[in-house]
Design a protein around this ligand. Sequence first.
Ligand code: HEC
Ligand code: HEC
Ligand code: HEC
Ligand code: HEC
Ligand code: HEC
Ligand code: HEC
Ligand code: HEC
Ligand code: HEC
Length: 265
Amino acid sequence: MKIKYFIINGAKKAAFGSLICFAALCAWGVPSAHALVTAKAPDLAKKKATYVGLDTCVTCHEKQGREFKLSAHARISPAKAEDGVQGCEACHGPGSLHVDAGGGKGVAIINPRKDPSTCFACHMEKKMEFRLPYHHPVLEGKMSCADCHELHGPDAKPSATSMEGVNELCFKCHKDQQGPFVFEHPALREGCTTCHKVHGSMAEKMLQSRTFNLCLKCHTQANFPMINRTNHSTSSTSSNMIRGVACWGCHTKPHGSNFDKALEY
Ligand code: HEC
Ligand code: HEC
Ligand code: HEC
Ligand code: HEC
Ligand code: HEC
Ligand code: HEC
Ligand code: HEC
Ligand code: HEC
């Protein structure tokens, strides 16, 4: 399949990276994008909405057009995809009926805040992540990709700028973990993602792992079961550790404590 590319923001480096990226997508991404759009938006399909192109959208949505130029997704937009999926319509679906109607909220257009199906057309593996046993309730419709990602702007990915950026994002909804605590756990400076998956996980509480390894990746020392100055093989600790009590079965406040330096033993 031959596809021409254009780079909306003109960055050559980005063009190179994106080409590789998009080549992979051609195989499985874009064709199914169309399939999914039509499946999920029977209205648009039945009434035969077609793709009109970004230039038409931005005549009315000037602000989104301006922001979108800087985004990761603008860099992967093909000049002419076989089935017309490109630019705004990769995420919003074919827009001809919306345009003919003069636009409007809920008028023949997909808003991914409510319907992430277009995202999954390309990010198939994310759908799998949200189906893992412990996950953020996006597929249940209780929250949205857009709660955590700014798709029009330059930083679609929360960690693109800084680790604090990710923590701030999580604190928007998880205030209990924010503190301030009298005794902070410095691990949080490395970001919530050192211990938690962000979309979904096999492990309860969306942890990266529920074994000692979660903590031992930082608290490891040659004379284990010594951890710092505490011998973890004394009678009070070892029998419990052997029985498989997780580190946080004893250190019950892994985010910080107002009560005990050893994080609330
Ligand atoms: C003729 C002007 C016009 C054109 C062209 C147009 N729109 Fe709209 N669109 C609107 C108006 C007006 C609204 C309602 C805005 C509001 O109420 O805040 C809207 C709303 C939207 C929404 C929000 C829908 C919702 O239910 O929340 C999206 C997404 C959208 N447009 C995308 C697009 C895309 C993509 C294109 C190009 C295919 C496009 N628009 C072309 C006028 C237009
Ligand atoms: C990578 C996917 C993606 C692309 C490409 C995209 N959008 Fe969006 N758009 C979204 C998401 C997600 C939302 C919901 C944002 C929210 O509610 O915070 C949205 C919301 C909107 C809205 C509703 C108002 C608003 O800002 O929340 C309009 C209008 C809109 N987009 C227009 C456009 C236009 C015009 C383009 C092309 C220049 C475009 N979008 C490209 C994902 C995308
Ligand atoms: C047409 C296919 C396509 C669609 C539709 C699409 N994406 Fe993407 N997305 C990509 C590709 C390819 C990349 C990698 C871009 C890069 O690295 O420059 C990407 C990158 C991302 C990133 C990481 C950006 C970064 O800064 O590293 C996020 C987050 C993302 N997409 C979320 C979404 C969400 C949410 C939606 C739906 C609203 C969506 N995408 C729709 C193809 C797509
Ligand atoms: C609770 C917040 C949250 C929600 C909801 C969310 N994401 Fe993410 N996503 C993140 C964070 C944080 C990262 C960065 C992870 C990192 O850098 O370790 C990320 C990274 C990504 C990436 C970049 C690739 C990667 O895995 O590093 C893609 C693509 C993506 N998300 C797509 C999506 C899609 C699609 C949805 C909705 C179906 C979604 N995300 C919903 C927080 C979220
Ligand atoms: C927009 C709000 C929102 C944001 C932002 C958000 N979350 Fe969540 N989080 C939720 C909701 C809603 C649940 C599901 C709670 C439930 O099912 O009771 C949840 C659940 C969780 C859980 C599992 C809790 C449990 O009791 O099982 C963890 C861990 C978590 N989120 C971590 C994070 C991390 C890390 C981030 C930042 C990358 C983040 N969240 C960003 C809303 C959010
Ligand atoms: C050092 C590892 C670590 C870091 C870093 C971390 N967490 Fe946790 N988190 C845990 C553990 C361990 C649990 C408890 C699991 C359990 O009890 O089953 C947990 C539980 C949670 C829960 C569920 C709360 C509850 O009462 O059940 C939420 C929400 C959460 N974390 C959010 C966050 C957020 C937001 C951040 C970043 C500010 C973060 N975590 C950073 C290890 C960590
Ligand atoms: C990203 C690295 C990192 C991870 C992962 C991590 N920690 Fe820590 N932790 C630290 C650092 C750094 C300190 C402060 C220096 C020290 O006491 O070793 C600390 C301090 C502590 C303390 C307080 C020690 C004291 O007396 O001051 C306890 C208890 C602790 N961590 C338990 C845990 C548990 C339980 C986990 C797993 C849920 C964990 N840590 C995961 C980096 C980490
Ligand atoms: C059965 C309970 C128990 C388990 C399980 C446990 N600990 Fe401890 N830990 C303790 C006790 C008790 C102390 C001493 C507290 C004090 O000094 O106040 C301690 C102290 C610590 C300290 C501070 C050491 C110091 O001397 O400053 C760290 C760090 C620590 N544990 C990490 C871990 C990690 C990592 C794991 C998992 C591999 C773990 N602990 C599992 C009970 C436990």
